[in-house]
Every structure is written in structure tokens, then in C-alpha cells.
Design a protein around this ligand. Sequence first.
Ligand code: GLU
Length: 470
Amino acid sequence: MSLREGVDRMVDRATLAIGLDPDTAKVIQACNMVSQIKFPAKVRGKVEVFTGWWAIHSAHRLPAKGGLRFAPVINQEEIEGLAALMSYKCAIADIPFGGAKGGLLINPCNYKEDELRDITRRFAVELARKDFINPATNVPAPDLGTSAREMVWIADTYKALFPEDVNQDACVTGKPINRGGIAGRTEATGKGVQYALQEFFRHPEAVASAGLQDGLTTQRVVVQGLGKVGYHLAKFLVEDDNITVIAVIEHDGVVINDGGLNIHDVRQHMAETGGVKGFPGGSYSEDRDEALLMECDILIPAALESQIHAGNAMQIQAKLIVEAANGPVTYEADEILRNRGITILPDIYVNAGGVTVSYFEWTRNLSHMRFGRLQRRYDEIRGHGYLDTLEQLTGQRASDQQRKTLVRGASELDLVRSGLYDTMRMAFQDIREIIRENPNINDYRTAAFAIAITKIAQSYYDLGLVESSK
Ligand code: GLU
């Protein structure tokens, strides 16, 4: 079963649970549009033909939003499935976007930076000409194999094509801060996963029903993938929540340390050697598949799709699976894990932090102003005023440190983090509520899909695209 079919089956399950009209569900499931683009680029004197896609799963809200991935193994079916996940993710996180996804079939490791830049620019021209890059309709973002670097190249290409577009900065998100990006976007997905876990652990009944001990600090965690998402989330969890990461699984094997790995050092080692092999702070094994089955409290797949499948789901020993990646658990595996009573926090909720902060970046670009610019100093002056009055009234003086903390106006990063935290908390509470209210729903994935499809169905009814049966 492909990722797209798997996602559709998950939607079917939620449709049944909430009694949504199956015809409406069909409309929601359908990918509105997908375009395949073939374009030539000259590399080292030779013409190569590249294949890329842009899929718009839903356009009930615009722009359609999603990552643009560069990968050696992708196909249209997968892109469509990932675009669908974006629609549901945006709905759960209450982001007024449709869902989209793009991809370029390429192994970025085979090209030098300037070659990759030329190829990316060529691809961007093709996409922009078809309106698949446009601040109002289609806004790509970093994904697997792309980062702020590719986003700058794309934005710059768009600007050259449409210099008169006053909102040109908003044509992609995930840009570097000095090129129209927003503070906190790079680590946003990881931060969102951390907030999701923190929120989960604020609900003792949820923790108990997953068979876990109370408190994040006691958890022993295995992380698969120390890339853009996995690295930040593992580092945040270790540094802020005192979690013990007992294993990091990477493309060349696994590194294990029961006492806890130093995430920064593992990443440093990877940057120097290309993998985790030989990392001095833990024991190494090349059996990465076996490592997924390790005994642990929480397993966080933060790499590719379909890592947990019908072939290994029976042997998974983690009590909680936190899907930091998109689609890391297949539909079949999801069924097996649910029957085994293993709790899963689904991707469409857990990894929504990236697109949430992309939404903040997009609105920042449209307003042409950094968040907090108008009120930061005002808040600080007001804070001094309050504190001075309080000191006069009580006859007591606040310490310099207390004054500093109390009067401080919010920076852009503070505001971004606060908006992200709020989004992740609210979404989890919505998910918990539907589980409480609907006796047909007792897992987080079905609950998350139920919320998403209810919201999307409502917009379709409002727009008159589908008739409500009620
Ligand atoms: N690629 C990320 C995702 O899959 C972010 C998408 C975005 O920011 O638009 O959620």
C-alpha cells in the first residue's frame, strides 16, 4: 500500500468514526491537482533531464502550503500522499492554508553547490511560470534534502521573474533571517515535537494509559534520524526536559549509550565523518533495523516514511511512538500497533510545528515587519512603570534580575515560540476532547484525522463545493 493509499485509509477510519458522509470524504481525499515537470539543466558540460512534481491536495484555503523535497527516491504517489498530510496538518494546527507538496528527483550529494543552485533555479523558473510558486497561491518550504539555502535561491529566482510583486518575500518560507525569514523557523518542527510531548505529559491520564511513568525526565528515548527535525528535537528534549536519549539511529547504523548520548557531540561527529560510526560517546552497531526494536519508553522516528511497517510492528517495544517524520508508520503497522495497545502521537499533529512557523513567516512577509517591532520597547517602558509603582506601594525593591525578567519586552523569537506552544497545546486539547466525546474514537491518529476532516468538510460546505447532509 502506498503512502497515499495509507493516508486515505486512515481518513476512511475517521470518516466512519464521526459518521461523515462518505461522498464528502471522497472529495476531501482527492488530490486536486498534480503536475509533473521535466526540465533540462547543463551539468559539467552535459545536459541532464530532471523530473519534479508539485501537488496541490486542497485549495479550499490559499495559499497551498508544503515542503519541497529533493530526494533520489520519490514518485508522484508519494508526493500526493505527503500533500494530503499537509492539508490535514494545517487543519489541525488551525492554519488557514491548503495542503501541497513538491519534489525533485535528485540525489543532492552527487552535485556541487553551484550545480545544485543552477538546477534549483531552473526548477524554480518552471514552477513559478506555472504559478506553483506564488505568495498568494503556492508557497513551498524546506523539506527532506532542502533547507534555507534552497529557499533563498528559489525566492531570488521568483523576484527576478516578478520584480513588481510587493509580496515577493512570501513566495517561500524557511528562508534565512536576513533574507526575509523568521526567528525560530529552522528548529520549529523539532520545537513543536517537544511542545507536543510536554503537552502530552501534562495529562497524567494520557501518560498512564500509554503505560508510561509520570514526568518527561524519566523517559528513555530512541531517536531515528538526526537531521533538521531530529537533531533539534533531541537536543531540546535533553537540554530542557532532561530526557535520556539512549540511541540515535542514522543511515550508517546506530549509536547507543544507556546513560544518555550527547546530541551535540553526535551531530558534530556526523558532520566530520558522515555518520555515527566511530562516535566515541557510545557503542556502535550497523544494525539500524534492529535498533528500532530496542526496549525504550519513547521511539521518535524523525527520518523517512514507512520505517515502521507490517514486518517490524509486532516487535516494536516502545510504549509511545512520536511521529516527528511524515508518514513513518504505515497503515498496516498502525493497525498492528493499535491492537497491541501502543500509543502513537501522529505526524499530522506532532510535526505541525514547521508549517505553523512557516505561517508566521508568511504573515511577517506580508506585513513587511518583524514581529514585536512596534510593541517591544513599549512593553518594556510599561513594565518599568508597573514595577516602579509596585515598589513605591510596597516599599520593597525588586532585584536587578527580577526587574530584568519582569520588564523585558517580547522578542520575535519569544512571540514565535509562544504562538507555536499555543498551537501545539490547543491542538492536543482538541484531540483529547474528541476522544472524550466520541466513543468510536480511542486513538490519537483517528482523533486527529477526525478533527481535520471535520474542519475541511465545513469549508467545503461553506463554499458550496459539497452539500452538507445535515
Ligand atoms: N516540510 C514541512 C512539513 O512537512 C514544512 C512545510 C511548510 O513549512 O510549509 O511539514
